[in-house]
Design a protein around this ligand. Structure first.
Ligand SMILES: [Zn+2]
Length: 254
């Protein structure tokens, strides 16, 4: 009898555990992580997302990623996270990006995604800025962007009350700077830096259509991926972005 009780109890706990795991998974935020066009150290990069709480992700590589984004399957995802650096996009796919943003789709652009689509003028209005691979004229000045690897960058939290940066102190990160980029004057800065080789903002929110697009410049390689503040920033960015845009999501209302 005593054994029977112990077995029943153990079985009950096992059922409960697997049920709660399934329940947790079902309620995870669903992320589509888009890469392609720029190399990166994959194992340590994906570890950032593997370690996240309450987030499940699929990966898509360009150019197939833009095909997926233009398909109904895009509705499966709460947040599109771009870590691609790509230049080819068909006009119909451009229209899909714009339509999705007018519907209020959550999009986060990371690091070299700022360099994407050099010849698609609207793209900088989506991301809120542009890295100029070739000289470009910005407010009367000709600028050409540049980068520097292996820099210790002082990061200042520009808005300590925003959910994306809440609880994150000012910190240093070993990462890559982007200099002489265009940043649209309408963005809302979240992170800034005084590093002379960097553009002044390292993260911002840019309103486009019915979406608040996030851009995070940091995140070149393993040193940045390992930084706990960077990890916290990305986790909170995905959570906030999903939450902020959830009312527009059609099939996640369970
Ligand atoms: Zn880089």
């Amino acid at each position: 009898m005593k054994n029977y009780l112990i077995y029943s109890l153990a079985l009950g706990i096992m059922v409960l555990l697997s049920w709660s795991r399934g329940y947790a998974q079902e309620n995870n935020l669903r992320v589509l992580l888009i890469t392609g066009g720029h190399g990166f150290e994959e194992e340590s990069f994906y570890d950032v997302f593997d370690a996240m709480q309450n987030i499940t992700y699929d990966t898509a590589v360009q150019p197939q990623a833009n095909v997926l984004i233009a398909s109904p399957d895009v509705d499966e995802y709460d947040v599109l996270v771009f870590y691609d650096m790509f230049d080819t996009i068909a006009p119909a796919q451009q229209k899909v990006y714009i339509d999705l943003l007018h519907q209020g789709k959550a999009m986060i652009f990371m690091h070299h995604a700022l360099v994407s689509y050099q010849n698609w003028e609207e793209f900088k209005h989506i991301v809120g800025g542009k890295y100029y691979e070739n000289p470009g004229v910005v407010q009367g000045d000709t600028i050409r962007s540049n980068y520097e690897h292996d820099v210790s960058i002082p990061v200042k939290v520009a808005d300590k009350t925003h959910p994306v940066t809440a609880g994150i102190p000012d910190f240093d990160i070993f990462d890559e700077t982007y200099g002489h980029c265009e940043i649209l004057p309408t963005v809302k800065p979240l992170l800034s830096t005084t590093h002379p080789k960097s553009m002044p903002y390292l993260a911002w929110i840019n309103r486009y259509g019915n979406s608040e697009v996030l851009y995070i410049q940091l995140g070149h390689g393993p040193e940045a991926y390992r930084n706990p503040h960077y990890r916290q920033l990305l986790q909170q960015a995905i959570e906030w972005s999903a939450d902020r845009h959830s009312r527009f999501s059609s099939n996640r209302n369970h």
